[in-house]
Design a binder for this molecule. Sequence first.
Ligand code: URA
Length: 220
Amino acid sequence: MSFSNHDELEQSLLTCELCQLHKDAIGPTSYNGNVLSPLAIVGEGPGGVEDEYGVPLVGPSGQLLDKALASVGVSRDKIYTTNVIKCRPKNNRTPTIEEGAFCAQNWLDQELSFVRPKIIIALGSVALKYLYRADGRITKDRGQWFDTKYGVAAIATYHPAYLLRLTGKALIKAKWEVFYDLKAAVEKCQALAPDYQFDSVEKPDLLSMYASRRDMRRQN
Ligand code: URA
């Protein structure tokens, strides 16, 4: 399917039944943030809270991401946030490479062709494997710049869900690595879009913003 603009794509995405995954989810989730942002974050796929609200990274991982972004002067409403895979796999299992590629070739690729970010952050292994290469390894490849098929430079970092599982020294080390990866991404993006404002005075409350979508999804 091909769409003439991002809105049209989103309307169609929210009723997607192209694969079986929608059957175990409340429904497909789309994006949040600014469609005109020079900075895009691509996560893995929705968890339980995201499935409820219909938007990416608003649950525990999203809240940790917001804190990490705040530490480098970025607010979620100023960036574009999306996922490789749009439906929550049953029992929150990690999507396979094939599921990710099928979904992303139908949706993410076109989404990003409308957004045209200048820099992409791949959040975690599933995004790294789709955007870089199928044998990419997050522990080895994070923090390294790579080219994407969109002609946009990308950098991968650890997924916040991974940080949420760590403790002690391992957690401190991984948090610093994420900080430096995000800082590198933002600095490169600032150089490419010097007039863009990445921070907001009023931080968005994403759960309130999407409460009506959650209510509609509950009714359906
Ligand atoms: N993890 C992701 O990668 N994306 C989400 O939307 C939620 C959790």
